[in-house]
Design a protein around this ligand. Structure first.
Ligand code: LLP
Length: 401
């Protein structure tokens, strides 16, 4: 049982709280599911890039999937070795590519022919060989929210199978590129296995075709995307996930890589916020809390559902919107939910807030980013300080004229 009251007294609100023991369980469950083959879990740092979270996963043995050189730097700082770091993303700057090659990371995931050319130029300039992988867009509908669907031709991600083949041949013929992997990622918060299996089959066929051309890929990267429980979703079980992938690989001798973010950290997290007051406009009831859309934007951005609990209150339940103080009608955590009558300083817990919550937060309305706390072995510790006003203005103050 988490003592939210005590945590709010120690660290204040709003507050993010992550249960590291839960992250460990999730990591171990996934690793165990893939036990029959060589595998590497590369945590998708974008889900929650707090250095202590990345270090926790790194200590368990995870690598990192990074989408900017900043994330690569975080992985290094957290002690993750270069040979477990991959760099993905649809657009990378020359400086980022240069640094990734210099740092000798495991591989760079390419998403276009133009990018292949840029990597080759950078590698040549450094007199080094860049290990690459190509992200294939299998054009399969992942059946998730359109904003987090990535495996259709209409999405900007990856290249189609034919283009990928041409790129592999180019890479093989280049002195400065070493094609070592293949990659697909069809979307996030996936709850259906079949689109993943189908994609894996298509991509595995390409790996077999490439073998004939003497292009032998070592890493088969199945992306991330495993869904978690926000409401009452039927989830993909790690065992079934692994078996579905195995069934498409049969005789291929590859290391399976995956890039889960949400699955590892999502359900470990809680966003703790305090009731400021209630009000009614006509018959509409609002519970106004001290957290806001700048702290946790998923409801506003995707109409995402996050379960909400009022701590130790059960009476006088009626419909209300739970909203923050930001000057936008989109600033809500929930709309028309059944919620007990609340009073000033009651605590509200917003669940499954470990992934894409803190990392998508901003300073909108000059609200400082909130503090983050880890729970591990029955103890709590601060893993990021609350931002102060001085922190927020540090990079602009000197320019006032
Ligand atoms: N690999 C690649 C190439 C990705 O683009 C992503 C997520 C992942 C791995 C990790 O996916 P996960 O296992 O966490 O589903 N902000 C959105 C989610 C965006 C996901 C972007 N890519 C949200 O709040 O739902």
């Amino acid at each position: 049982m988490i003592n939210f009251q005590a945590l709010s007294e120690t660290y204040g609100t709003p507050l993010y709280i992550y249960n590291f023991d839960h992250i460990t369980e999730r990591y171990n469950a996934l690793k165990e599911a893939f036990r029959a083959k060589k595998s590497l879990i590369c945590y998708a740092v974008k889900a929650n890039s707090n250095l202590s979270v990345v270090k926790h996963l790194g200590d368990l043995g995870a690598g990192c999937d990074c989408v900017s050189i900043g994330e690569v730097q975080r992985a290094f700082l957290a002690g993750v070795p270069s040979y477990k770091i991959i760099f993905s993303g649809v657009g990378k700057k020359d400086e980022e590519l240069k640094e990734a090659i210099e740092k000798d990371i495991l591989m760079i995931n390419l998403e276009s022919e133009a990018e292949l050319a840029r990597v080759e130029i950078q590698a040549k300039a450094l007199g080094k060989v860049a290990r690459i992988s190509i992200r294939v867009n299998p054009n399969i509908d992942p059946k998730t929210h359109p904003y987090i669907s990535t495996g259709l031709s209409s999405n900007k991600f990856g290249v189609d199978i034919e283009d990928a083949k041409r790129m592999y041949i180019k890479a093989k013929n280049s002195e400065f590129l070493d094609p070592v992997g293949i990659h697909f990622h069809i979307g996030s918060q996936l709850t259906e296995l079949e689109p993943i299996r189908e994609s894996s089959e298509l991509v595995a066929d390409l790996v077999r075709n490439l073998k004939v051309l003497d292009i032998n890929l070592k890493f088969f990267d199945i992306g991330g995307g495993l869904g978690i429980k926000y409401k009452n979703e039927e989830l993909i079980k790690p065992y079934d996930y692994a078996q579905a992938i195995f069934s498409t690989l049969t005789t291929l001798d590859v290391t399976i890589m995956c890039e889960p973010g949400r699955f590892l950290v999502g359900e470990s997290g809680y966003f703790l916020t305090k009731v400021l007051y209630e009000k009614t406009n006509g018959d509409k009831r609002f519970v106004i809390v001290d957290g806001a859309m700048n702290d946790l934007i998923r409801p506003a951005l995707y109409n995402a559902y996050h379960q909400i609990e009022v701590l130790e209150k059960e009476d006088n339940i009626s419909l209300a919107d739970v909203v923050g103080p930001v000057c936008e009608s989109g600033d809500f955590f929930a709309k028309d939910i059944e919620i007990p009558a609340t009073e000033h300083n009651d605590l509200i817990i917003i669940k499954a807030a470990g992934a894409y919550c803190y990392t998508m937060s901003s300073n909108y309305n000059t609200r400082g980013k909130v503090a983050e706390v880890a729970l591990e072995d029955g103890k709590d510790r601060l893993i990021r300080k609350r931002e102060t006003f001085d922190d927020m203005i540090a990079l602009e103050k000197e320019f006032i004229q």
